[in-house]
Design a protein around this ligand. Structure first.
Ligand SMILES: NC(=O)c1ccc[n+]([C@@H]2O[C@H](COP(=O)([O-])OP(=O)(O)OC[C@H]3O[C@@H](n4cnc5c(N)ncnc54)[C@H](OP(=O)(O)O)[C@@H]3O)[C@@H](O)[C@H]2O)c1
Length: 304
């Protein structure tokens, strides 16, 4: 188990992302029984952290999560997010957005409240102050940010420290195919400040599971991002992931991809849409890649 930031909230070093729960535009159709089964399977595997956002499916993800959570006796650790839309101009809009999220989640308090993006015109300072206020008001246990760069993370951390609070997390894209947090120094900074780096899209939106190939790209908008050429370049990496997984009793590329993130000291939140997918990502826990395998994967990823 690991702590979120410096807090006493302990979680397995794996959470579950719920963007696809209700967000048809990017992810296509969904089945509520399948999502419920994904939720239950995760909890049964002692993976308790669920990440959502007010904008996922325009609130649908939070509503579904709230329903599943209630049925399970509220056992999860819930992280949601505030989006600083450019028309949100006052500090109070964060408080109101959180209240709406709590209503959808049917909770009195969220475990982790995150500022989704550093979007102008309102300054980071204003939103971080508002985040501190909702923690002080008891509506959020912990506060985090998302998509903040090195400078913005330092600033958010300093602002919360000044009022006796700790920046718990920064949620950014991080996977074998997106290693910007290493190159920018963000991963090192998070380590230095005891801020949990929460890794989103750790499966590169399904590509690192190996199920998408040049002849069978992902459906919809994902297929534009991960097109035939990209998928061709990724195949040697997928082959290596399969080969390395064999040494661990047949771990799959998805499990190797998630385990790699854990080995880097970040907390991955793969999105899952069924019990089968949840069960598979749970298989990323309880073992660890060797350092030479981590390096070999990175070398293969750099060529893709
Ligand atoms: N803060 C932000 O700005 C931000 C941005 C993006 C995401 N996120 C968060 O991060 C979470 C994860 O990121 P993500 O959903 O973009 O991408 P991801 O975790 O890299 O990929 C998730 C997708 O991979 C496929 N998949 C998952 N497990 C699988 C398995 N075992 N076998 C085969 N396919 C599997 C599923 O899609 P298919 O079955 O359709 O292939 C699933 O929806 C999101 O849910 C959200 O909570 C945050």
């Amino acid at each position: 188990m690991v702590s979120l930031g410096t807090s006493d909230v302990l979680v397995n070093p794996l959470g579950i992302g719920t963007w696809a729960w209700g967000a048809r535009f990017v992810w296509g159709d969904y089945s509520i029984p399948d999502l419920q089964a994904a939720f239950d399977t995760s909890l049964a595997g002692r993976v308790t952290l669920f990440d959502t956002a007010e904008v996922y499916g325009l609130g649908r993800s939070e509503t579904l999560l709230g329903t599943f959570l209630k049925a399970a006796g509220k056992k999860g650790i819930i992280a949601t997010k505030f989006l600083p839309f450019p028309w949100r101009l006052t500090k109070g809009s964060l408080h109101r957005a959180l209240q709406n999220s709590l209503d959808r989640l049917a909770l009195e308090k969220v475990d982790l409240y995150q500022i989704h993006f550093p979007i102008p015109p309102i300054s980071i300072d204003t939103w971080v102050a508002a985040l501190g206020d909702v923690i002080d008001a008891g509506l959020a246990r912990l506060g985090g940010v998302s998509n903040y760069n090195v400078k913005q993370t330092r600033r958010a951390h300093a602002l919360l420290s000044d009022r006796g609070l700790h920046l718990t997390s920064n949620q950014v894209q991080y996977s074998l195919l997106h290693r910007e947090p290493e190159h920018s120094g963000l991963l090192d900074l998070c380590r230095e400040l005891d801020v949990t780096l929460i890794a989103y899209s750790p499966l590169a939106q399904g590509v690192l599971t190996g199920k998408y190939t040049p002849n069978a790209p992902p459906p919809g908008v994902r297929g534009r991002r991960y097109n035939r050429e990209t998928l061709l370049r990724v195949q040697p990496l997928i082959d290596l992931m399969r080969e390395i997984g064999q040494a661990y009793g047949g771990k799959t590329p998805a499990q190797v991809a998630v385990n790699w993130v854990i080995c880097k000291g970040a907390l991955p939140i793969p999105g899952v849409r069924s019990a089968r997918q949840a069960q598979e990502v749970l298989g990323a826990l309880g073992w660890k890649l060797m350092q030479d395998e981590v390096l070999a994967l990175e070398q293969a990823a750099e060529k893709s």
